[in-house]
Design a protein around this ligand. Structure first.
Ligand code: ADP
Ligand code: ZN
Length: 656
């Protein structure tokens, strides 16, 4: 029998390889093939056969795997993501095959009971009902559409998108809900169960290998109808996907920062376009990109204007920390402290927000000015007291807290600079010794179930004052929480990050929205040293549109996304000279093109990271230009030593 040549995509950087098969296998078939000295899983791909490859080097496949196929839609998606992010297609396939193991079959595979679309009856307010009607109509139509579901926290967005999911199930299609990993809590799952009678399939980093395998297979054979997961769930091999919901669409955790650098919210939209179905983007504080897409008419928008029932937005007070009257000692103002006292008096709860982990962001020698820095990264070590250590927040390097200055040798001259949450907790314990407090940061709460437990404690009234970082923005209903104090509203306002103000605005708005999500009226106190700042002023007035419009003007003026295209190139190497030479060599080959700018190279803001030196080049172009083509041609001109790493980040979210 004549052997046929087939193209197989392998889940590794090599990507497409040619093999012999006994029959002409159609693209999408899974095969096991020899690769080097091992045998791996691959997928027959649509790529034309590489006829230049000598026949005597082509090996036959080991076997076909009949259980599943990767649909055309899934294959196109993988190709699309690879070419957009300039990643090897094999590495994108690898994400899609996480959990795919065919030789290991579970003896008792997990079964996913079908969600029941009509399990619970919900009665909606009129604006909610309008949103429900619009969204279910779109799901029925089976055409590509993107809708922003825009409503303050507590307005019923989850309740409303559940109806769109119900419709997808009725249509016999699968639905995917993407959530930031930390919000995928049992509380969320219980709500789902209350509405649909069963739990959905979950996909996140904490799954056991068996659950991962069972879930992968259930998604591939269509028996898992609804999947809720973190961004990587987007690459599961859905058979008949009919709806994606991206909840908290503005959340920056949708950007994957290692391996394939993709933005899951943007790729969800691509996935929906390829599969001709609807996407719902839900947020109380939409991203500027989405806001602009609504303005230009590309996305639709449904607004849920008021909170469900009587809950009202908090009353905002700005505390100008520059004035002498504002504070005595410590980091909490007099105004905030008396509001805390009043709140505790009536047995309600307080939340204090500061986006800094640990005790103090820096330790400084009073005698010689020495600051403690990480030996592997150019950042200050953060002082932590629980447990006591100096920690690098970039690489995790840890050392004991020194009592002697390492530079001048003086004893007892090192002082803690600025507050972290632990230091605020210390101050709270001094001023309110009887209050029961809890600190919530990624140090104290490392996963969704720990987060859950803490939310439970708060809900049952075991905690009076909760002190925490941005994790706090995510919790759900705490009806008895009526006071929010933002300890330092200025933390994110400076720095070279394109989205710094946007992120600060979103975060502060979400945190202050935690107060009074019930019948009690809430209050929010915002401590700032720059009360005139645009972000702070917009926040005070609760005026998102004013903030957005000003931010849009600024980005438009600079031609920054979403009005232009941006890519960040990071050149890194262990050898400082080598790294610099590579960066200079690269820029010397940069083409001169209309509408394209190469900025740099400059030393990256964190010049040393995990022992590697880093240089940056930013490439900016007009929107009509396909930046990827330019980058590929440019970078292909130069052969760099293998000890130099080039990282290409399209639409970068991190700027360090
Ligand atoms: P969001 O997702 O906008 O934060 P949720 O959907 O979580 O809002 O709604 C907030 C709270 O109000 C939840 O406890 C939810 O169950 C309740 N809720 C919202 N709309 C309704 C409704 N129509 N009927 C009953 N409860 C509702
Ligand atoms: Zn470090």
């Amino acid at each position: 029998m004549k052997m046929q040549k087939i193209s197989v995509l392998l889940p590794n950087p090599f990507g497409i390889c040619t093999y012999f098969a006994e029959e002409n296998l159609m693209p999408g078939r899974f095969v096991q093939v020899p690769f080097g000295r091992t045998h791996i899983l691959g997928v027959v791909w649509d790529t034309p056969i590489d006829e230049s490859f000598p026949d005597n080097k082509i090996k036959p496949i080991d076997k076909m795997i009949d259980d599943f196929q990767l649909s055309k839609e899934n294959r196109s998606f993988i190709d699309w993501v690879a070419s957009y992010t300039l990643s090897p297609p094999g590495l994108v396939l690898k994400m899609a095959l996480t959990g795919a193991e065919f030789d290991k079959k579970s003896r008792q595979p997990l079964s996913f009971l079908p969600p029941i679309p009509g399990h619970a009856e919900v009665s909606f307010s009129s604006s909610q009902q309008k949103a429900v009607d619009d969204l279910t109509r779109q799901v029925k139509q089976n055409t590509f559409s993107v809708t922003l579901l825009d409503g303050v926290t507590g307005s019923g967005k989850t309740e409303v998108y559940f109806e769109a999911i119900a419709e997808a199930i009725r249509q016999g299609r699968q639905a995917l809900i993407l959530l930031p990993e930390i919000t995928l809590t049992t509380a969320w799952l219980k709500r789902f169960e209350k509405r649909f009678g069963v739990q959905p399939a979950c996909w996140h980093s904490g799954l056991t290998p068996k659950t991962r395998r069972d879930t992968w297979q259930a998604v591939a054979n269509g028996s898992a109808q609804v999947v809720v997961g973190a961004r990587s769930a987007l690459f599961l091999p859905f058979q008949k996907l009919g709806l994606i919901v991206v909840d908290e669409e503005h959340d920056s955790s949708y950007k994957q920062e290692d391996g394939v650098l993709y933005q899951a919210r943007d790729m969800a939209v691509v996935r929906a376009r390829l599969g001709s179905f609807s996407v719902i983007l839900a947020s109380a504080t939409p991203s500027l990109e989405t806001y602009c897409n609504v303005k230009s008419g590309r996305y639709q928008r449904l607004v849920l204007p008021e909170r469900f029932q009587d809950a009202v937005l908090p009353e905002m007070t700005l505390v100008d920390m520059r004035s002498k009257e504002a504070k005595e000692k410590g980091f909490l103002s007099i105004a905030l402290k008396s509001a805390i006292a009043e709140t505790l008096q009536v047995h309600q709860q307080v939340l204090l927000f500061l986006n800094r982990r640990g005790y103090a962001p820096m330790r400084l020698c009073r005698a010689c000015g020495e600051k403690l820095v990480c030996p592997h990264c150019s950042v200050f070590l953060t002082e932590h007291h629980h447990p006591a250590a100096m920690v690098c927040h970039q690489c995790g390097y840890t050392r004991s807290i020194p009592t002697k200055c390492p530079a001048c040798g003086e004893e007892g001259t090192l002082i803690s600079c600025g507050p972290g949450v632990e230091r605020i907790a210390e101050e709270v314990a001094e001023v309110f010794p009887l209050a029961r407090t809890a600190v919530i940061t990624s140090d104290t709460v490392s996963n969704a179930s720990a987060f859950d437990a803490l939310c439970g404690q708060l809900a049952s009234g075991e905690v009076d004052i909760l002190i925490g970082t941005q994790m706090l923005a995510k919790g759900h209903n705490f009806p008895n929480l009526t006071l929010v104090g933002i300890v330092d509203a200025d933390f994110g306002l400076s720095g070279g990050d394109l989205r710094a103000s946007e992120r600060t605005f979103q975060l502060l708005q979400q945190v202050s929205g935690r107060a009074g999500r019930s019948v009690h009226k809430g209050r929010a106190f915002i401590q700032t040293y720059s009360p005139q700042n645009l972000v702070i002023q917009a926040l005070l007035k609760g005026d998102r549109d004013v903030f957005m419009e000003t931010e849009i003007q600024a980005r438009q003026l600079l031609g920054m996304p979403p009005f232009g295209r941006l890519a960040a190139i990071i050149i890194s190497a262990g050898n400082e000279q080598l790294c610099q030479r590579a960066a200079k060599a690269l820029i010397s080959k940069a083409p001169f093109l209309n509408g394209v700018e190469f900025l740099g190279p400059v030393q990256a803001p964190i010049y040393q990271l995990r022992g590697k030196y880093r240089w940056r080049i930013l490439v900016k172009s007009e929107k009509t230009i396909r930046l990827q083509t330019i980058l590929t041609t440019w970078l292909a001109q130069l052969k760099l030593p293998s000890s130099v790493t080039i990282r290409i980040d399209i639409d970068p979210y991190s700027f360090f």
